[in-house]
Ligand binder design. Structure first.
Ligand SMILES: [Zn+2]
Ligand SMILES: [Zn+2]
Length: 175
Protein backbone atom coordinates (compact mmCIF):
# COMPACT_ATOMS: atom_id res chain seq x y z
CA UNK A 1 0.00 0.00 0.00
CA UNK A 2 1.19 3.50 -0.85
CA UNK A 3 2.30 5.19 2.38
CA UNK A 4 1.12 8.70 3.26
CA UNK A 5 2.68 11.35 5.48
CA UNK A 6 0.04 10.51 8.07
CA UNK A 7 0.61 6.75 7.96
CA UNK A 8 4.35 7.26 8.21
CA UNK A 9 3.94 9.66 11.11
CA UNK A 10 1.70 7.31 13.06
CA UNK A 11 4.04 4.35 12.52
CA UNK A 12 7.08 6.29 13.69
CA UNK A 13 5.26 7.74 16.71
CA UNK A 14 3.84 4.32 17.56
CA UNK A 15 7.36 2.91 17.61
CA UNK A 16 8.66 5.85 19.65
CA UNK A 17 5.88 5.47 22.21
CA UNK A 18 7.05 1.91 22.86
CA UNK A 19 10.46 3.21 23.96
CA UNK A 20 11.08 4.24 27.57
CA UNK A 21 13.11 7.33 26.67
CA UNK A 22 10.29 9.29 25.02
CA UNK A 23 7.48 10.67 27.21
CA UNK A 24 3.79 10.65 26.25
CA UNK A 25 3.87 14.43 26.29
CA UNK A 26 6.71 14.44 23.75
CA UNK A 27 4.90 11.97 21.51
CA UNK A 28 1.69 14.03 21.70
CA UNK A 29 3.41 17.25 20.77
CA UNK A 30 5.30 15.60 17.90
CA UNK A 31 1.93 14.40 16.65
CA UNK A 32 0.73 18.00 16.23
CA UNK A 33 3.66 19.01 13.97
CA UNK A 34 2.69 19.78 10.36
CA UNK A 35 4.35 17.56 7.77
CA UNK A 36 5.05 18.66 4.22
CA UNK A 37 7.27 17.99 1.24
CA UNK A 38 10.69 19.05 0.05
CA UNK A 39 11.06 19.87 -3.62
CA UNK A 40 11.46 16.82 -5.82
CA UNK A 41 14.82 18.02 -7.09
CA UNK A 42 16.32 17.94 -3.61
CA UNK A 43 19.04 15.30 -3.84
CA UNK A 44 21.24 15.43 -0.75
CA UNK A 45 18.56 16.63 1.63
CA UNK A 46 15.95 13.96 2.38
CA UNK A 47 14.19 15.60 5.31
CA UNK A 48 14.29 18.87 7.22
CA UNK A 49 12.96 20.11 10.54
CA UNK A 50 12.12 23.81 10.17
CA UNK A 51 11.93 25.90 13.31
CA UNK A 52 9.87 29.10 13.54
CA UNK A 53 11.67 32.25 12.48
CA UNK A 54 13.64 33.80 15.30
CA UNK A 55 13.80 30.60 17.37
CA UNK A 56 16.92 30.33 19.52
CA UNK A 57 17.94 26.83 18.44
CA UNK A 58 20.45 26.61 21.29
CA UNK A 59 17.86 27.35 23.96
CA UNK A 60 17.50 24.68 26.67
CA UNK A 61 13.72 24.77 26.15
CA UNK A 62 13.86 24.12 22.39
CA UNK A 63 11.10 21.65 21.54
CA UNK A 64 8.17 20.66 19.32
CA UNK A 65 6.36 23.98 19.95
CA UNK A 66 9.19 25.78 18.18
CA UNK A 67 8.81 23.67 15.05
CA UNK A 68 7.09 25.22 12.03
CA UNK A 69 7.01 22.00 10.03
CA UNK A 70 8.93 18.91 8.99
CA UNK A 71 9.39 18.38 5.25
CA UNK A 72 10.23 15.04 3.65
CA UNK A 73 11.34 14.19 0.14
CA UNK A 74 8.21 13.17 -1.83
CA UNK A 75 9.94 10.09 -3.22
CA UNK A 76 10.12 8.65 0.32
CA UNK A 77 6.38 7.99 0.09
CA UNK A 78 6.85 4.99 -2.15
CA UNK A 79 6.71 1.33 -1.24
CA UNK A 80 10.41 0.91 -1.94
CA UNK A 81 11.54 3.82 0.18
CA UNK A 82 9.06 3.99 3.04
CA UNK A 83 11.29 2.11 5.48
CA UNK A 84 14.09 4.56 4.85
CA UNK A 85 11.52 7.37 4.92
CA UNK A 86 10.53 6.40 8.46
CA UNK A 87 14.14 6.66 9.60
CA UNK A 88 14.35 10.14 8.02
CA UNK A 89 11.17 11.20 9.81
CA UNK A 90 12.47 9.73 13.08
CA UNK A 91 15.71 11.71 12.59
CA UNK A 92 13.71 14.94 12.12
CA UNK A 93 11.56 14.14 15.18
CA UNK A 94 14.75 13.90 17.26
CA UNK A 95 15.65 17.41 16.04
CA UNK A 96 12.10 18.56 16.85
CA UNK A 97 12.50 17.37 20.44
CA UNK A 98 15.14 20.05 20.91
CA UNK A 99 18.28 18.26 19.76
CA UNK A 100 19.51 20.78 17.24
CA UNK A 101 23.01 19.37 16.71
CA UNK A 102 24.03 15.89 15.63
CA UNK A 103 25.84 15.38 18.92
CA UNK A 104 26.47 12.20 20.91
CA UNK A 105 23.02 12.27 22.49
CA UNK A 106 21.42 12.71 19.07
CA UNK A 107 23.39 9.80 17.63
CA UNK A 108 22.47 7.61 20.60
CA UNK A 109 18.74 8.26 20.06
CA UNK A 110 19.08 7.84 16.31
CA UNK A 111 20.92 4.55 16.78
CA UNK A 112 17.93 3.09 18.61
CA UNK A 113 16.04 2.64 15.37
CA UNK A 114 15.94 -1.09 14.92
CA UNK A 115 16.14 -1.59 11.18
CA UNK A 116 19.56 -1.83 9.53
CA UNK A 117 19.46 0.66 6.71
CA UNK A 118 22.86 2.29 7.01
CA UNK A 119 23.47 2.57 3.25
CA UNK A 120 19.93 3.56 2.31
CA UNK A 121 20.67 7.28 2.57
CA UNK A 122 23.54 7.06 0.10
CA UNK A 123 21.54 4.90 -2.31
CA UNK A 124 18.62 7.33 -2.14
CA UNK A 125 20.93 10.28 -2.86
CA UNK A 126 22.32 8.50 -5.93
CA UNK A 127 18.82 7.66 -7.18
CA UNK A 128 17.63 11.26 -6.80
CA UNK A 129 20.80 12.54 -8.46
CA UNK A 130 20.09 10.30 -11.43
CA UNK A 131 16.49 11.55 -11.65
CA UNK A 132 17.69 15.14 -11.63
CA UNK A 133 20.85 14.77 -13.69
CA UNK A 134 21.63 16.53 -16.95
CA UNK A 135 25.21 15.30 -17.11
CA UNK A 136 26.93 12.02 -16.42
CA UNK A 137 30.52 12.18 -15.28
CA UNK A 138 31.93 8.94 -16.62
CA UNK A 139 35.13 7.11 -15.75
CA UNK A 140 36.87 5.85 -18.88
CA UNK A 141 38.64 3.19 -16.85
CA UNK A 142 35.95 1.44 -14.74
CA UNK A 143 32.92 2.97 -16.53
CA UNK A 144 31.36 4.13 -13.28
CA UNK A 145 28.81 6.89 -13.87
CA UNK A 146 28.28 9.87 -11.59
CA UNK A 147 24.96 11.58 -12.46
CA UNK A 148 25.13 15.31 -11.77
CA UNK A 149 23.36 18.57 -12.64
CA UNK A 150 26.47 20.40 -13.81
CA UNK A 151 29.40 19.54 -16.02
CA UNK A 152 32.43 18.18 -14.23
CA UNK A 153 34.63 20.20 -16.60
CA UNK A 154 37.67 18.05 -15.93
CA UNK A 155 37.72 18.91 -12.24
CA UNK A 156 36.67 15.58 -10.72
CA UNK A 157 38.26 12.16 -10.47
CA UNK A 158 36.78 8.66 -10.20
CA UNK A 159 36.55 7.47 -6.59
CA UNK A 160 37.79 4.02 -7.61
CA UNK A 161 40.47 4.77 -10.19
CA UNK A 162 41.47 8.40 -9.63
CA UNK A 163 41.00 8.94 -13.39
CA UNK A 164 39.65 12.35 -14.53
CA UNK A 165 35.93 11.99 -15.32
CA UNK A 166 34.51 12.85 -18.74
CA UNK A 167 31.23 14.73 -19.28
CA UNK A 168 28.48 13.05 -21.26
CA UNK A 169 25.15 14.78 -21.85
CA UNK A 170 22.58 12.71 -19.98
CA UNK A 171 19.58 11.45 -21.91
CA UNK A 172 16.87 10.71 -19.34
CA UNK A 173 14.99 8.41 -21.72
CA UNK A 174 17.83 5.86 -21.66
CA UNK A 175 17.36 5.17 -17.94
ZN1 LIG B 1 19.74 16.12 11.14
ZN1 LIG C 1 36.89 4.52 -12.37
Amino acid sequence: MQPTLESMKSEVLHWMSSKPFFTNKEIQSLNTIDLGFLRRNSTQKHGVCRFHKGTDVHSATLGPNDVKCIDLHPHLLTEDWQEYGKTVLYHEFIHALGNFAHDANFRRLEGCWEKEISDAGKTFTELMRRENATWLWVCSSCEKEYPRRKKGAGKYRCRNCNVILKDIKFNQSTV
